[in-house]
Design a protein around this ligand. Structure first.
Ligand code: HEC
Length: 305
């Protein structure tokens, strides 16, 4: 292949063309950014314009204020106090909590509210705010967020850190499911709780289940406790962990096949502000379900995975 010699004029032409491309690209990014501010978009921006250190510094500095604002909202809407109900408990003894937990507007009682028509409640703005959707602690930011006792346990067992520099989990532990939760096998009901009171991780799953599950089930379980990168926990600058992260496991939310009430935003709604905060459901009983998840199009847990 012959190459044309690069005469000064040709070099100039190349430089001019490159310059035009740069100018055009700048114009497009500016235009896209300006448009993004005004128009709803299905996409989150992927071009990071600040260093990771700068992002972490600014977001860590804002964390206390973000959390204080969110905790004020919870406090206004709900009674979050520790009020264990007498009688039945969760499987391993954690007390159930009793209600009601939604606060009423000042001067209102449940009886008065029940006597009003829906139109009257709307007109006087007396709808208890606790019945509006619960926002994520930083709703426009969103993303996976884990209770601190789970973060501590995973750090202790695996040395993997699920702490976010920009946010903490919000709900008090007495309102959360028992931790660790028990595990009952549909294949071996005779064994009762097979968790041995442990949180199942990549470090202990084999010792706990070798001889109880078949090899294919052991492989499935291994995948459920293997971390995979996702948006807040990965190796790139678009993460919310201080150190690069190996990622998150299915059992970081569905701990022991149940739930630790970890939260994030639902995947199937746009734009961001319309997405709901979601509460991790238990995976107990999925063996008798025909469809999974809010998309209702996943027919097996394997599809879901
Ligand atoms: C950040 C926490 C989180 C992680 C990590 C997570 N899930 Fe979930 N999971 C949820 C939430 C929240 C829902 C409910 C959302 C919905 O219905 O769309 C859910 C729903 C499900 C359901 C449907 C349950 C039902 O009753 O319909 C299955 C099955 C499931 N997850 C399996 C998995 C598997 C497998 C993985 C790992 C690949 C995983 N999850 C990782 C939080 C999580």
């Amino acid at each position: 292949m012959s190459r044309r010699p690069r005469t000064p004029r040709r070099l100039l032409a190349i430089a001019a063309a490159a310059g035009m491309i740069v100018v055009a690209a700048t114009a497009i990014t500016t235009w896209v950014r300006a448009a993004g501010d005004e128009m709803p978009s299905s996409y989150a921006p992927v071009h990071i314009t600040k260093s990771f250190e700068e992002i972490a510094r600014v977001m860590s500095a804002a964390k206390d204020e973000v959390m204080a604002r969110h905790m004020r909202l919870l406090e206004e809407r709900y009674d979050l106090s520790d009020r264990p109900a007498p009688g039945p408990t969760m499987s391993r003894g954690k007390p159930l909590q009793q209600g009601p937990r939604t606060k009423l507007p000042p001067g209102m009682t449940w009886q008065k509210l029940a006597a009003m028509t829906p139109d009257e409640i709307r007109a006087k703005d007396l709808w208890p705010a606790g019945f509006y959707p619960l926002p994520h602690p930083n709703h426009m930011e969103g993303g996976m967020l884990f209770p601190s006792h789970h973060i501590e346990e995973i750090k202790r067992q695996e040395g993997r850190d699920l702490t976010r520099f920009d946010l903490d989990y919000d709900l008090p532990r007495h309102l959360l499911p028992e931790y660790p939760p028990p595990i009952y096998l549909t294949t071996r009901p005779d064994l009762g709780d097979v968790s041995q009171g442990k949180v199942v991780t990549l470090d202990n799953y084999f010792d706990l289940f070798n001889g109880i599950l078949n090899p294919k089930q052991l492989e499935g379980l291994r995948l459920l406790v293997t971390p995979f990168p996702q948006q807040q926990f990965n190796a790139t600058h678009d993460r919310r962990s201080l150190k690069p992260s190996r990622g998150v496991t299915c059992f970081d939310c569905h701990v022991n096949g149940h739930t630790n009430a970890a939260t994030h935003l639902v995947g199937d709604i746009r734009p961001q502000k319309f997405r709901h905060r979601i509460d991790t459901p238990t995976l107990r009983g999925v063996n008798v379900q025909r469809l999974f998840g809010s998309q209702r199009a996943l027919k097996t847990v394997e599809d879901f995975t």
